[in-house]
Write a protein that binds this ligand. Structure first.
Ligand code: CDT
Length: 308
């Protein structure tokens, strides 16, 4: 029995501030239908796929930002996406800002099975950017003001006939994200992102954004014997240009499909989950070759220690 799942990376172009939720949900449904037309059983949307990337602005009182967050999922406005997906028998992965009943704010992604069940919720672990307004920047990246880092970490769920994990944007730059899932046998990692091309703390990195994006996801896929699906919200959103380059990567590290525009665009690939074992059972046979007894610093220490 093969375990081939056809996956779609449903890249989005910009969502401007004045684009309301119903309009955005219509775009998501159009992308979902396009994924289905191309034979996909799973359609992956970007990080914060329902709104503009609002952490580029500060508000004095965070409650002024409540309208960017979802209090339930599905909600009346997102229900048509869930209904269409169930009718088509297509699952999806969706990123959005979550405001919990107890008032916590997370950067969240959910995984919905082909029968419409929400099978998993992941909340972003690595929250990049800054907490306070930095007037010298051309735009803000205030995720650390708007989101609490997840205390739950990285899970892996049985879904779509395999073992599926999720991460969100900045998580993809950290090898620990992949490895924690790799140690749970992950076969397919789904990752939405919003990556501005301008990086204020070190603009020499600006021309390398596409290179770094591919570098980390291809390495993470190869070193853990897993597929990785990275999906952007790209293009010029509220004057900020963001990386597109959505891609589907094999356990070999090879790119199977990649977008060519920075707008709404769907690319698909057949992901044979058994391919993972050519890596998991050979070079990256963790049980045989890993040396956790000498990796203690990875979990006991956060920053660099120069005193030892
Ligand atoms: N959304 C997100 O995590 N973006 C970051 C931008 C760089 S940090 C300001 C990223 O890692 O792509």
């Amino acid at each position: 029995m093969t375990r081939i799942i056809r996956v779609a990376a449903a890249q989005m172009g910009p969502i401007q501030r004045h684009h309301d939720r119903p309009e955005v949900v219509e775009r998501l449904i159009a992308l979902l239908r396009e994924g289905h037309r191309q034979g996909a059983e799973l359609v992956v949307f970007p990080e914060l796929a329902l709104t503009t990337f609002f952490p580029r602005w500060f508000v004095d009182d965070i409650r002024e930002a409540d309208h960017w967050y979802e209090r339930s999922m599905p909600s009346p406005v997102t229900q048509p996406l869930f209904d269409t997906a169930r009718q088509l028998g297509v699952g999806f992965c969706l990123g959005y800002a979550e405001l919990t009943e107890s008032g916590e704010r997370f950067n969240t992604q959910i995984l919905v099975e082909r029968d419409g069940r929400v099978v998993a919720k992941y909340r972003k672990v690595h929250i990049p950017g800054h907490e306070h307004h930095e007037p010298d920047r051309p735009f803000q990246h205030a995720e650390r003001y708007y989101f609490t880092p997840s205390p739950e970490g990285f899970g892996v769920w049985k879904a779509f006939g395999g073992r599926v994990g999720m991460m969100i944007c900045n998580d993809r730059r950290w090898p620990e994200s992949y490895r924690v899932m790799g140690l749970q046998g992950v076969e397919l990692i789904l990752c939405g992102y919003n990556t501005p091309l301008h990086y204020a703390p070190d603009p020499s990195q600006n021309p390398l954004q596409g290179f770094h994006n591919s570098l980390v996801m291809q390495s993470g896929a190869y070193q853990n014997g897993t597929f990785v699906v990275g999906v952007a919200k790209g293009g010029v959103e509220e004057g900020v240009d963001s990386l597109a380059d959505s891609q589907i990567i094999a356990p070999s590290g090879e790119v199977l499909a990649k977008t060519t525009t920075n707008d709404d665009e769907v690319v698909v690939a057949n992901c044979d989950l058994d391919w993972c074992y050519q890596y998991k059972n050979t070079l990256f046979d963790f049980d045989r070759y890993r040396r956790p007894e000498v990796y203690g610093r990875i979990t006991s220490q956060r920053g660099v220690n120069l005193d030892d």
